[in-house]
Design a binder for this molecule. Structure first.
Ligand SMILES: Nc1ncnc2c1ncn2[C@@H]1O[C@H](COP(=O)(O)OS(=O)(=O)O)[C@@H](OP(=O)(O)O)[C@H]1O
Ligand SMILES: [Mg+2]
Ligand SMILES: [Mg+2]
Ligand SMILES: [Mg+2]
Length: 381
């Protein structure tokens, strides 16, 4: 059991590092440019960028190349609809360039790059190949190429999330957090890291001292963190990893809650009520993306809660990678009824009871579930 998924985890960690480097380059360009040419709105008005498609293509290509003999099933967020529109030529060209530039760097991470730049059709094919809908049997990779795209376009927190599900269970999870600041306090200040990166008085080393990749394998009892590797001169691969652990805090008065930035994504007043009921005193940390789960796994916060509006169905790629990392780091993740999340039923977390609760340990977790029961009837959710 211990040796299972060694190749899969190794490749997943490498490709997430590669994807983080891609995202950092795109984000730098986005933040300094004034036109939004590389950001589009999807049908639900949520943003999608050159980075989302480029990461999806890159991960799809690397996984297909590595596991050539297998029928690689990938469940991922993006499709090629917007990209294939007649007025998207510039966007598509940017994706093709970004993917080819990124793949040229693959050997730095011990991955193979193609002999020649890939054609547009190959890249579109790689993106659309990720249209599996998962399910209860077999192996399915689950990818959120850029999670927290809103944070990404704001120059703020975002994540790259890759998981492997086998027979309905998440067996490995890898989470790249390119803007995770060294100082946990900076997590709760929107755009703060950006002031750090653009501050000319900081040396390169200080500027680059942020970002990490977290990963874990189901049942191993450990979760790991690697710093991102930057610049050719100090690139060292294999990268060194250190173990991460959840926070030991059990007193609600000392605990910190993370939640989505946008009210549209989670009910802030309901979670404020829960926090009050539980006797939490700290201000909530509002952070974009699965970096919230990373904060729990790293011990920088104790609770992550998300209560989406009634009718919204959570997708597996927004949670799979992070859940196994938090659990192996010692935490607990359930729905608001206290049941584990079910990754076996396709693209959505079917049967999810109200909301998601990730917690550093069982004691705090139990208190939140009790608070949910006490508060639910009087809430308007
Ligand atoms: N209406 C609604 N309700 C709840 N959740 C939604 C909703 N719409 C989108 N999403 C999903 O939320 C993902 C972003 O979550 P965040 O926690 O980063 O949100 S926030 O930006 O901090 O508010 C986001 O992931 P990405 O699209 O990968 O960014 C979505 O999958
Ligand atoms: Mg997402
Ligand atoms: Mg996404
Ligand atoms: Mg999205």
């Amino acid at each position: 059991m211990e040796d299972n998924y060694t190749t899969e985890l190794d490749v997943a960690v490498r490709v997430v590092h590669l994807a983080c480097s891609l995202c950092q380059r795109v984000q730098e360009k986005l933040v300094v440019s004034t036109n939004g040419a590389h950001v589009k709105s999807k049908n639900d008005d949520s943003p999608v960028t050159v980075a989302d498609w480029s990461v999806q293509a890159t991960v799809s290509l690397v996984l297909s190349e590595t596991f050539k003999g297998e029928n690689v099933s990938i469940v991922a967020e993006e499709d090629v609809q917007t990209l294939s529109k007649a007025d998207s030529e510039g966007l598509l060209a940017a994706v093709v360039n970004t993917v080819n530039e990124c793949l040229a760097e693959a050997p730095k991470y011990g991955l193979q790059s193609p002999n020649r730049p890939l054609a547009t059709s190959q890249i579109l094919e790689a993106i659309s190949r990720c249209n599996s809908s998962g399910g209860p049997s077999g192996r399915h990779w689950v990818l959120d190429p850029v999670d927290g795209t809103l944070g990404f376009v704001r120059g703020d927190q975002y994540a790259v999330a890759l998981a492997l599900i086998e027979d309905g269970k998440v067996v490995i999870g890898v989470l790249g957090c390119p803007n995770y600041p060294l100082k946990k306090e900076l997590l709760s200040y929107p755009h703060k890291h950006n002031q750090v990166t653009s501050n000319p008085s900081l040396s390169n080393a200080e500027t680059w001292d942020k970002g990490c990749v977290l990963y874990a394998r189901r049942g191993s009892g450990v979760a790991w963190m690697q710093p991102l590797v930057h610049g050719e001169e100090n690139l060292q691969w294999p990268n060194s990893a250190s173990q991460i652990l959840v926070s030991p805090i059990v007193d609600p008065a000392l605990a910190t809650v993370c939640e989505p930035v946008e009210r549209a994504n989670s009910n802030h007043s309901f979670t404020a009520g829960l926090a009050h009921t539980m006797g939490l005193r700290n201000q909530p940390m509002r952070v974009h993306s699965m970096v919230k789960y990373a904060a729990i796994a790293r011990g920088d916060a104790e609770i992550f809660m998300k209560f989406a509006r009634c009718g919204y169905k959570e997708k597996i790629w927004d949670h799979a990678a992070a859940v196994v990392i938090v659990e192996e780091a010692g935490g607990v993740v359930t729905d608001a009824g206290g049941r584990p999340l079910d990754f076996s039923r396709g693209v959505y977390l079917e049967g999810l009871d109200r909301g998601i609760i990730a917690c550093s340990g069982a004691i705090l977790h139990e208190k939140i579930i009790e608070a949910v029961y006490a508060s639910w009837d009087s809430s308007n959710l």
